[in-house]
Write a protein that binds this ligand. Structure first.
Ligand code: SF4
Length: 267
């Protein structure tokens, strides 16, 4: 385990394999990636001329461009690295063949860790079924589900938990108090029932950041930390709202939130 990532980052390198996206959750309201794309496109930043990804208001408009030419990036790096795939690799407009190509790269560089976050578990599950005998998620691949509200937890968790392999949950931004169904059992892809503890191997949480950030009540975060600790699930608190401002400095936080544990190795 590692706890030495500065600024709460739980990955080392973000690789934008999918440019563009479309909002699909209350958590998308102030999407940082859309804000960056909007700014870069307007400023004519090199590498951002391949499409117009945002609307007048700066939200992603559903236009998608995938980047197979960037798949070689992890292959060239020997040093053990934790990669995060941007944006949503399970967006409906990305085809399964490209998802399979991403997975093949992870298979070919097992020294690295690949974090594949989505807000679309139904597409990720469909991809798993589509793969069938073509393969399964390698050990260095982590499927992550972002959840911001109780309604999302109730709707998306039963789908996400059917996906095999390593899995983590990401509560960023945590927008309300969420009760996790740790004691419920869910059917996996083979119809076998497993409880959530066996399925989820890490949890990340944090408040929203940026100019329009919505505040996170520390009690909501403490509640998630307690639920994870009761079930021995490693948890990483990234940032917390303190006195109305975003704080990445753990010494400002309530004691119970000063926890940063991960099952993937960072060197
Ligand atoms: S899913 Fe992620 S990248 Fe896509 S709009 Fe929502 S926050 Fe932005």
């Amino acid at each position: 385990m590692s706890n030495n990532f500065e600024n709460g980052k739980y990955w080392q390198v973000g690789v934008e394999l999918v440019s563009g996206c479309s909002p699909c959750s209350p958590g998308c309201k102030n999407c940082w990636s859309a804000a960056l794309a909007h700014r870069f496109y307007r400023e004519g930043e090199p590498g951002h001329e391949s499409g117009i990804f945002t609307d007048e208001a700066g939200r992603f408009n559903g236009d998608i461009v995938v980047h197979p030419e960037r798949l070689c990036i992890p292959l060239k790096r020997r040093k053990l690295t934790v990669y995060s795939i941007w944006n949503d690799w399970a967006h409906e407009a990305v085809d399964h063949d490209f998802r399979r190509q991403i997975m093949r790269v992870a298979e070919d560089c097992r020294q690295h860790t690949v974090l594949a976050l989505t807000k679309r578990p139904e597409v990720a599950l469909d991809f798993t079924r589509w793969m069938g005998d073509l393969g399964s998620f390698p050990e260095n691949w982590w499927n992550g589900l972002t959840i911001c509200t109780q309604q999302e937890a109730d709707k998306k968790l039963p789908i996400f938990l059917q996906i095999p392999g390593n899995k983590f949950l990401n509560f960023e931004p945590l927008l309300e108090n969420i009760i996790l169904p740790f004691n419920d059992e869910f059917p996996d892809l083979d119809g076998c029932y497993e409880d959530m503890r066996h399925n989820i191997k890490a949890v990340i949480l944090g408040c929203e950041t940026g100019r329009k950030a919505r505040q996170m009540n520390p009690d909501w975060a403490i509640n998630i930390v307690r639920q994870c600790k009761a079930d021995d699930i490693p948890i990483w608190v990234k940032q917390v709202t303190v006195n109305g401002k975003v704080s990445k400095n753990m010494s400002d936080w309530p004691d119970e939130l000063r926890v940063r544990e991960l099952p993937w190795v960072i060197k």
